[in-house]
Design a protein around this ligand. Structure first.
Ligand code: ATP
Length: 323
């Protein structure tokens, strides 16, 4: 093999740059040319590719976002779009592709590999909802950002005897909310995977108030039926007697753009190097992830077909810790 391509797709995640850097430099180490595809699958369809040398990826390991740009491409979801992508790869004589991204991006990677093109995926999404890895690039940094906000809000909540509902990202899953809630010492965590009765929540907050707590902290996932705004609306409409006044804060995109911490830089570098190693072994159609502390590969067919379950052990802890 002489030439590979690398792209970032879906939501940007802190550490994507470190992964690009690792793919480029380990690829060059194998004697390959490495091309960066800009703007994810859109760039692949439109032919936006640039050669990347070792110097081109200097000074990016500490930067959030992605130097290649990212995009969501509805066209790539169609067979016609993917044929155009294959044409671009052929035009540039790219023989294998590394796809750095989350759930949807890896489904796209699988679709491309099913058309006979060698693809290796790298797990990267702050949502941490990707099957085939315990943790994805960007999660640790996004969690740290959420925790800074939660810690600050707790100070105000205590001073004013308030309940705060902090909404974190995660699309239709609660992985990020669960981890942020546990690490942030939240009294309650609302995730899409577990049905929440707002009446039960109101009772629990009221009980915390009666037990003399100075505040109540709720961490809610954006994809939950009762996310921050829905909870606020419900409590207002039903004049829920929760004791505390409720305030909501939606963290939104601030969780995404941070500079990657040490954990994400290391993880991304290991994943990038592992993607090159997989291609050297002739292994493709796989996702690079971390399983039980080890870098491991999982078939993209499995990644595309399975939903990552919430960590039951963490879920069980929520109730025990909210005393
Ligand atoms: P994140 O969840 O962190 O935002 P993601 O990779 O899950 O990242 P998506 O928007 O779901 O983000 O997917 C990114 C792109 O992957 C889509 O815009 C689309 O081009 C491609 N993609 C998603 N699902 C499929 C699919 N089933 N088949 C082909 N391509 C897909």
């Amino acid at each position: 093999m002489k030439r590979i391509g690398v792209l970032t797709s879906g939501g940007d995640a802190p550490g994507m740059n470190a992964a690009i850097r690792a793919v480029v430099r380990t690829g060059i180490g194998e004697g390959w040319d490495v091309y960066g595809i800009q703007h994810g699958y859109s760039g692949l369809i439109n032919g936006d590719a640039v050669p990347l040398g070792a110097r081109d990826v200097g000074g990016i390991i500490q930067r959030g976002g992605t130097m290649l740009g990212s995009a969501r491409s509805p066209e790539f979801m169609t067979e016609e779009g993917r044929h155009k992508a294959l044409q671009t790869l052929g035009n540039y004589q790219i023989e294998a592709l590394v796809v750095i991204g989350g759930n949807g991006s890896q489904k796209g990677a699988y679709a491309l590999s099913q058309m006979g093109f060698p693809v290796v995926g790298i797990a990267s999404t702050i949502d941490n909802d990707l099957y085939g890895t315990d943790i994805s690039i960007g999660v640790d940094t996004a969690l740290d950002i959420a925790l800074v906000a939660i810690d600050r809000l707790k100070v105000t909540a205590s001073s004013h005897h308030r309940a705060f509902a902090v909404e974190v990202m995660g699309r239709d899953t609660g992985h990020l909310a669960l981890a942020a809630g546990i690490a942030g010492g939240a009294e309650y965590i609302v995730v899409p995977e577990v049905e929440t009765d707002p009446e039960d929540l109101a009772t629990a907050i009221r009980s915390a108030y009666d037990r003399g707590k100075t505040h109540a902290m709720l961490v809610v996932a954006e994809g939950a039926r009762y996310n921050a705004e829905e909870l606020e609306r419900y409590f207002a409409e039903h004049r829920a007697q929760v004791g505390f006044e409720l305030r909501i804060t939606i963290l939104g995109y601030v969780q995404r753009g941070g500079a990657p911490g040490a954990h994400d830089r290391l993880l991304a570098t290991r994943f990038g190097a592992a993607a090159t190693e997989a291609l050297v072994r002739g292994e493709h159609g796989v996702l690079i992830g971390l399983l039980c502390g080890e870098v491991a590969t999982t078939l993209l067919s499995e990644v595309a077909a399975n939903k990552k379950p919430l960590d039951q052990e963490l879920l069980d802890l929520v109730n025990v810790l909210a005393r």
